[in-house]
Write a protein that binds this ligand. Structure first.
Ligand code: HPA
Ligand code: ZN
Length: 338
């Protein structure tokens, strides 16, 4: 479906808040090759084109295998800085004014890259993004749910010296067979340190994982969460408590959570009163950054300017920022609509 030019302009211009973005998922094939050459890392793909052509996924796990392999080229502080700065440059072009970045420290510490190298490079890029582009940002440390609870505890321990540089903790990686309950204790420990909990749930996993994320982890936002529709009582609760769902439309198509964008339930969920937001997840792998996600939705689903505004406001409402900053984000978003 062709995109109405007025809606297209609004999508381009409206200030955006991104709440579901894996910074390692912004590593574009060109940068994979650049960093591999710098560090003398041998790659299984012969060219940038061959790597990009491999981005055809049957499910979440087939994506994760490539995503973790790609991370192997991230070796020193300047690599993390370069990757994150490249994201912010693209985000700025897309009108992002605030971003909350997930990172997966275990993917790096497991290869011998220290926590301080990871956080140091990311934080330096976040400072640059603020001074160059006026983008504010926060960091959310994600535990890899396919690994044991004790590894998550060790990761939390390693992060304690950097507590003031983190806003929250999340839960990602392969969902099926790794329920939130596995991480109840480590989330309690993280909360006791003032970290705000979020969790991926209801992407490939069942609605019961969304309930567990709320009840056992205290999750303040649900990442993806689209399978909540399988439980009417849960939907009512998410509406009542205005728990944000950080939807990632292009990701859901690439990973076959929905067969086509026309079948995505994001607009239906919005109509039911859920606090839905639009985000880019792993944009280097899924074919587009946040504005492309909005455009893909607007092409396939019945949404108008008021819905785009609502989706952007929802993200500002759900951001982990102080009240004054939230009021500023909301005012800037509303200022784009006349
Ligand atoms: N789902 C779960 N884990 C992830 C994802 C995702 O989309 N991206 C990076 N880690
Ligand atoms: Zn994700």
């Amino acid at each position: 479906m062709a995109l109405d030019p007025t809606l297209d302009r609004l999508i381009r211009d409206i200030p955006k808040v991104e709440l579901h973005l894996h910074i390692e998922g912004t590593l574009e094939p060109e940068m994979v090759f650049e960093l591999a050459a710098r560090h003398g890392v041998a790659l299984p793909h012969s060219s940038v084109g061959a790597l990009r052509a491999a981005y055809e996924f049957g499910d979440l796990q087939s994506f994760l295998d490539l995503y973790y392999a790609g991370c192997d080229v991230l070796r020193d502080e300047s690599d993390f800085h370069a990757m994150a700065l490249a994201y912010f440059e693209r985000a700025h072009r897309d009108g992002v004014i605030h971003a909350e970045l997930f990172f997966d420290p275990q993917t790096h510490t497991g290869r011998g890259v220290p926590m301080e190298v990871v956080i140091g490079g990311l934080r330096r890029a976040m400072d640059d993004a603020r001074s160059r582009y006026g983008i504010t940002s926060e960091l959310i440390l994600c535990f890899l749910r396919h690994l044991p609870e004790e590894d998550a505890f060790a990761t939390l321990d390693q992060a304690l010296p950097f507590l003031d540089q983190l806003v929250g903790v999340g839960l990602d990686s392969g969902e099926r067979g790794n329920p939130p309950s596995k991480f109840e204790r480590v989330f309690a420990a993280a909360r006791s340190h003032g970290l705000r909990p979020v969790a991926h749930a209801g992407e490939e996993g069942p609605a019961s994982y969304v309930r567990e994320a709320l009840d056992l982890l205290g999750a303040e936002r649900i990442d993806h969460g689209v399978r909540c529709v399988e439980d009417d009582g849960l939907v009512e609760r998410l509406v009542r408590d205005q728990v944000a769902l950080t939807a990632c439309p292009l990701s859901n198509i690439k990973l076959r959570v929905f067969p086509e964008m026309e079948q995505h339930n994001l607009v239906a969920l919005l109509r039911r009163g859920l606090r839905v937001t639009v985000n880019s997840d792993d944009p280097a792998y899924f074919g587009g950054y946040i504005a492309a996600n909005f455009r893909a939705v607007a092409r396939a689903l019945p949404i108008g300017a008021a819905d785009v505004l609502r989706l952007c406001e929802n993200a500002a409402r759900a951001a982990f920022v102080p009240d004054a900053a939230r009021a500023d984000l909301l005012a800037r978003i509303r200022g784009a609509v006349h």
